[in-house]
Design a protein around this ligand. Structure first.
Ligand code: IMP
Length: 511
């Protein structure tokens, strides 16, 4: 007979057909404003008389997946107050290069999208629409700056069949700054930018190689809202995933490249392999925080805590592209997992005085799932699908005609695939599904979500409003005071749009 049957059903983070977790309103005071609502959380363990090594200002991570987190996503996540975790399902040197790329950036300095002199103006128009900005440095094949092209340099109708070189402003007509006079100092760059009377300024080497650009709107953002998660040298903080097979070589390379925190990327983290990996890192590289996982039980938490994990990652099966539960019959509803592990974290804190943050990994469909995950006890969330539609992923956008309720609608979408899918299988050895030869994930598409900045600006507004209406002003406050209820099927229907016919547009199809 089975050892034990748990009779209470396992709860999903958000089951949209059967039950839905929702926060009950709490008392909201006048001083609870958007600015005073605090979405920060520790990412690494600390005891009562010390600070965590890494604290996030927006407690979210982008998943360590090929289709989600490369350097661009990691930089943007850190700029938004979160953190990106570079995937390990790739050769060690390729992953280390990505980490190095992130660490070569300093807050406010942007690696801009560039175009070539031979690029068609029609492509610049398209790029501008896709990326949401309209200033492009023009470079040659070696990255040497040749000039600038902005939307003010051409007429969309008259010039769309010309090339960039026909309309660009050449180098001698634009203002530039040299990297050795800026010295990565944002205020120096700002002064130069103001003196140039332009909205942006390219920064080049003495050999004219483009390094960065600074944009007035970005600098204002950094000066006014210092949400970015930075290290002591004002570089963006970045995470890197590792596996339990080649970790001895990988960890060294990643740390040399500048990784600030490592994440053991396994679907089942309560194993001898994870124990060996944790113990190796704690012994050889004791300064670098290491996240253990994934686990979904109290026993899993205690095991990772005892073996030195600086944070634990929770989730087995809730991922949008995940077929683990169907394939092997092991896993747990994410709501139940968060509740049980958060309780274990609190008990461990009471017993030892050491707080080990809990990261809820997978199952975030929409902004409010983040708030609910925090309310259930997560300190930080990790999401793949929620970020996979953004410009900053390593994947390409496509435009497709889809038939929705008999109507043809043009939708823009981006590919999103699991680390355990056939598409990622070449890298299974180094990935989270090292030991097996069947898929645990699928290949899929997600709606285009624009820039991460715009995506998260809206998400943050909704999350903060939800926190305030639940009567809470911080994640800790949510942990202590949020009241969460499971809705009946009828309540879910009532809480959504009902009894009307909704006009379908690309926007209304997006979550
Ligand atoms: P999502 O945010 O719901 O899309 O879930 C993302 C999470 O799913 C990741 O952070 C991983 O923990 C997990 N994951 C990634 N690839 C796979 C897979 O192929 N199968 C199962 N889970 C996966």
């Amino acid at each position: 007979m089975v050892k034990h049957i748990i009779e209470i059903p396992s709860r999903a983070l958000a089951e949209f057909e059967l039950q839905q977790l929702i926060m009950i309103p709490g008392y909201k005071t006048k001083d609870m404003t958007s600015d005073s609502t605090d979405t920060s959380a520790p990412l690494t363990k600390f005891s009562s008389n010390e600070k965590p090594k890494i604290k996030l200002n927006f407690a979210a991570l982008s998943s360590a997946m090929q289709s989600v987190t490369g350097p661009k996503m990691a930089i943007s996540m850190a700029q938004e107050g979160g953190l990106g975790v570079i995937f390990c399902s790739q050769p060690i040197d390729a992953q280390a290069k990505m980490v190095k790329n992130v660490k070569s950036h300093r807050a406010g300095f942007v690696i801009p999208d560039t175009v070539f002199p031979e690029t068609a103006i029609s492509d610049v128009i398209k790029l501008s629409e896709d990326r949401g900005h309209s200033t492009f440095p023009v470079v040659d094949n070696n990255g040497i700056l040749l000039g600038y092209i902005t939307k003010n340099d051409f007429d969309r109708k008259r010039h769309s069949n010309l090339l960039v070189k026909d309309r660009m402003l050449p180098l001698d007509k634009i203002s530039v700054a040299y990297d050795d006079e800026i010295n990565d100092n944002l205020m120096t760059a700002y002064e130069k930018l103001i003196e140039s009377h332009h909205g942006s300024l390219p920064i080049i080497t003495r050999e004219k190689k483009l390094k960065y650009a600074v944009f007035k709107k970005d600098i204002d953002h950094h000066i006014d809202k210092p949400l970015a998660v930075l290290d002591a040298e004002k570089r963006y903080v970045v995470g890197a995933a590792i596996n339990t097979s080649d970790y001895k070589q990988r960890v060294k390379a990643l740390i040399e490249a500048g990784a600030d925190i490592l994440f053991i990327d396994t679907s089942q983290g309560h194993t001898d392999y994870v124990k060996d990996t944790l113990q190796f890192i704690k012994k050889e590289f004791s300064n670098v925080p290491i996240v253990g996982g994934n686990i979904v039980t109290r026993e899993g938490f205690d095991f990772l805590a005892e073996n030195g994990a600086d944070a634990v990652k929770v989730g087995m099966g809730p991922g949008s592209i995940c077929i683990t539960q169907e394939q092997i019959g092991v896993g747990r509803g994410q709501g139940t997992s968060i509740l049980e592990v958060a309780k274990a974290r609190d008990d461990y804190y009471k017993k030892t005085g050491i707080y080990i943050p809990v990261i809820a990994d997978g199952g975030i469909r929409v902004a409010k799932d983040i708030t609910v995950a925090w309310a259930l006890g997560a300190d930080v969330v990790m999401a793949g699908k929620y970020f996979a539609g953004c410009d900053e992923t390593p994947t390409k956008l496509r435009t497709m005609a889809r038939i929705v309720e008999g109507k043809t609608i043009e939708v823009r979408e981006k590919p999103y695939w699991g680390e355990g899918s056939d598409k990622a299988k070449d890298w299974m050895i180094a990935g989270r599904y090292g030991q097996q030869d069947f898929p645990e994930g699928v290949e899929a598409w997600v709606p285009y979500a624009g820039t991460l900045k715009n995506h998260l600006t809206q998400a943050k507004a909704m999350i903060k409003d939800g926190m305030r209406k639940a009567g809470c002003s911080s994640i800790k406050d949510l942990h202590e005071n949020a009241v969460v209820q499971i809705l009946s099927a009828g309540s879910i229907k009532e809480g959504g749009v009902h009894d009307v016919t909704v006009e379908k547009t690309e926007k209304s199809l997006n979550p």
